[in-house]
Every structure is written in C-alpha cells, then in structure tokens.
Design a binder for this molecule. Structure first.
Ligand code: HAM
Length: 416
C-alpha cells in the first residue's frame, strides 16, 4: 500500500507554490511599509501556555491540540501565545515599550478537514504590543485591508467590541437571563457554553441557535464609558483611513483572550470557512502570562484561504475571459493604449494590455491565452491615420475604428 499524506496535511506543489510566494512577498512588503519586524518562533511549546492564553474551555484547547509527552508539550495551534511568551522571556518590552512584530508559519489544529480548513495550516500573524491607542486598532485593520486589496481580493471587514472585565460581567448576566427561556432550543455545544462562556452562543453557526439569539441584548449598549469611547475612536480611525467596515454584534471569536475590539475579514467565496483573517485586542493577556501590564492587539490571516481565493479568482478570470486586449506597438501607441484601456475599464469593460513592449505576435498570443473576445491593434501608422484595427478573435474579421471616439465605438460593438 502506498503511504499518503495525513488527512488534513497538504503538500504544496510547484504551480501552487508561486501563489504562496506571491502572498508572502506582498505581505512582507506591507509589513515593512507599516514598520513591523519579523520574529521566528518554535512550533513546540509547553501545553500550559495555550491553556492559559487561549482558555481551558475553548474548542481549541479542549479538543483540537496536538499534544504529546503526557500532554505536556503541544504543537502550536496559533501564534499569539508563542509570540507573547517570547516577548516576555526576552524582555523585549523593557527594551522598547511598543513592539510591532509579525511571524509567518504553520499552525496545527485537530479539526475536521474540509475546503479551507486543514489540520496543518499557515498564518500571517501580526501583533502590536504596548499600545492601548484606538489608532493601533484602526491601523492594524488598515494593514489587513491593504494586504487584501494588493492581492486583488474583495473581502469585507466586520467589527465588534467585547467590552472589558469592568462591563462584560453585567452583559454576561443579562445575556444568561435572555438565554434561560431559550435554553432547550439551543444546540448541545451552546447548552454547555451557557455555563462556560455564554457569549459564544452569540456566534454559534447552528441555524437554530442563530434564530434564538436574533434579538439578544447587544454588547454595544452595555459598554462602559472607556470601552464605548475606545470603540468610537476605532471607528473614527477607520473612517479617516476610508476603510469600509460593518458592525457585527454577534462576533465573539473562539479564543478567550479578547477584550474590546474584535474583527474578521470575511468572504462569501469559501463556503463555511468565511473568515480569511481575524483578530482583536487582548489587554491584560501579557500580564496574565507573567509579563508587564502592557496592552496588545493583533490578527492573523489564513494563508490557505488566501491562496484558495486567488486560485478561484484565476479560474473565474479564465472562464470569463476578457472583452478586449489592446495591443500597442511602439512607445507612442502604447501611451495611447494605456489611456484607452483605462477609459474602457472605467466604462465597465474587462480590458488588458501589455506594458513590456512585446511584439504584435507575442501580444496576440497573450490575448488568445487570456480569452480576449476582441483585440485592438494600435501602431504608429494607426496613430498617424487616426484609425485602429479591431479584430474579432472568434471570426477573425477586422474593422477600422476612428480613434477620437474609439472607446464609445468599441463599447457599442462589443456590447452588440
Ligand atoms: P483564528 O481566528 O483562530 O485566530 O485564526 C485566524 C485565521 O487563521 C482564520 O481567520 C483562518 O483564516 C485561519 N485558520 C484558522 N484555523 C484554520 C484551519 N484549521 N485551516 C485553515 N485556516 C485556518 C487566531 O489564530 C488568533 N491567534 C489571531 C490573533 C492574532 N488574534 C490576535 N492576534
């Protein structure tokens, strides 16, 4: 019998590796622009670290950790706890009171594998330690949003505030009161959550539980003054940076260390695994792990999910093809082609051109590969005569287009 990879563990083959490299190189470039330094961490840690940081009663710690040697040692299920352990161990916050760090690497969770959910997966993890400023929250979300935009991915940002130890207990009591009458209709996990962490009932994916909590009390109306003004300032920061977001009062997150800001980058294109990235603030955690009383915030993007989205997008692009390829030959025609391409794209057409000064033959090949329906040929001669050639790639028929109103004529021809 041939030995195969373990279920939930995946080889990344040539062809796909290039997408991983692209994700990592865009990420590294953005991390540098936002002034983050890299830290590299071990994969094995004391089990206690994760139990204390993530929470004894979370799904990750209760059911999903790969632990061995009498369960004393664990393969990290996430990066935040390890990163904080390293920062505390090496006194980094004493050297510099605000640390801006990122780490990239594999994580391990014994979950049921499915599309976008693996047992070994990879995260791009970013953390800001030592800053309580709401601007740090907005800046971190702006970093995530920029990374996704630069990868060409349309993903939405959802935002919530979970309050703090001062205001959450009153909300918890209120929520428990609300859930009491609905207890029988909740799933078994949520029945258990009512005693361990009732807030998690709010983000259960089970449709029956969702229906039960549809008009549950909102944490937003229970925030203490400090949390409310922090939450307001985070939103002001996002508005100032023009980062679109949506409030989601049901987002609680599966790790216990969060307080105040939590956020997720969500896609509709990966089925059940909608979160491409997620994170939040964890003031108090550094101290809880034996470090100084420094606040912190961070998030992690799942690399498998980013790569899947890029692959799906490429598949869609091949399927859908291009409306037009503008083949410019020579410097002046290329400049003209550049402006025309932009005008047509703004008019809603899918248009591509070559920026590398390649020959007409090579550009025709590119147009064919990209599935272009039409090619517009534009050389010095065409510029001089004011007429360009539009070729229908299906029928190979060609027609002359007057350049001054080329955009409108091409749009009309292609639409008909
Ligand atoms: P998380 O929500 O558990 O948060 O994971 C962050 C991201 O990792 C998810 O949004 C998802 O894209 C990816 N991910 C998680 N589990 C899997 C899996 N089994 N297969 C594939 N991808 C997965 C954390 O891990 C926190 N440490 C994030 C954070 C950093 N919070 C503060 N700082």
């Amino acid at each position: 019998m041939n030995i195969k990879a373990l279920n939930g563990f995946k080889d990344i083959l040539p062809g796909e590796v290039e997408l991983w490299q692209r994700v990592e190189s865009v990420a590294r470039d953005i991390f540098a622009r936002f002034n983050f330094s890299e830290i590299r961490l071990p994969i094995l840690e004391h089990t206690d670290l994760f139990a204390r940081a993530i929470g004894e009663c979370t799904d990750i710690v209760e059911k999903e950790m790969y632990s061995f040697v009498d369960k004393q040692i664990t393969m990290r299920p996430e990066a935040t706890a390890s990163l904080l352990r390293a920062v505390i161990e090496h006194g980094l916050l004493v050297q510099k009171p605000v640390q801006r760090l990122f780490t990239i690497g594999p994580m391990f969770r014994h979950e049921r594998p499915q599309k976008g959910r693996l047992r070994q997966f990879h995260q791009l993890d970013v953390e800001v330690l030592g800053s309580a400023s709401p601007l740090a929250d907005a800046e971190l979300m702006a970093l995530g949003a920029s990374l996704l935009v630069e990868l060409g991915l349309a993903v939405s940002l959802e935002l919530n505030s979970l309050g703090c130890p001062a205001c959450r207990p009153a909300f918890r009591a209120n929520l428990l009161n609300f859930l009491r009458d609905r207890h029988a209709a909740l799933c078994n996990d949520c029945k258990r959550r009512c005693t361990t962490n009732p807030l998690r009932v709010l983000d259960c994916k089970n449709p029956d539980c969702r229906a039960q909590v549809a008009d549950a009390p909102s944490l937003h109306t229970h925030l203490c003054d400090d949390c409310a003004s922090h939450f307001h300032a985070v939103q002001e920061g996002l508005k100032q940076l023009e980062i679109p977001y949506r409030l989601n009062k049901f987002m609680v997150r599966g790790l216990d260390y969060y307080c105040r800001t939590t956020f997720e980058f969500i896609t509709g294109d990966l089925g059940a695994q909608a979160a491409v990235g997620a994170g939040g603030r964890y003031d108090g955690l550094i101290e809880q792990l034996g470090g100084p009383p420094a606040p912190g915030i961070g998030f992690a993007l799942g690399m498998e999910r980013l790569v899947l989205l890029l692959q799906q997008q490429a598949a869609k692009a091949v399927g859908a093809g291009l409306d037009l390829f503008v083949a410019g030959i020579g410097e002046h025609p290329c400049r003209h082609a550049f402006a025309l391409t932009h005008a047509l794209r703004q008019g809603g057409m899918r248009v591509a051109m070559d920026h590398e000064g390649r020959s007409l033959k090579s550009q025709m090949k590119q147009a064919g590969k990209a599935g272009a329906a039409f090619v517009l040929i534009l050389g010095d001669q065409e510029l001089a005569s004011g007429q360009a050639l539009l070729r229908n790639m299906n029928t190979q028929e060609q027609q002359e287009i007057a350049l001054p109103d080329a955009a409108a004529t091409i749009r009309a021809i292609i639409r008909s």
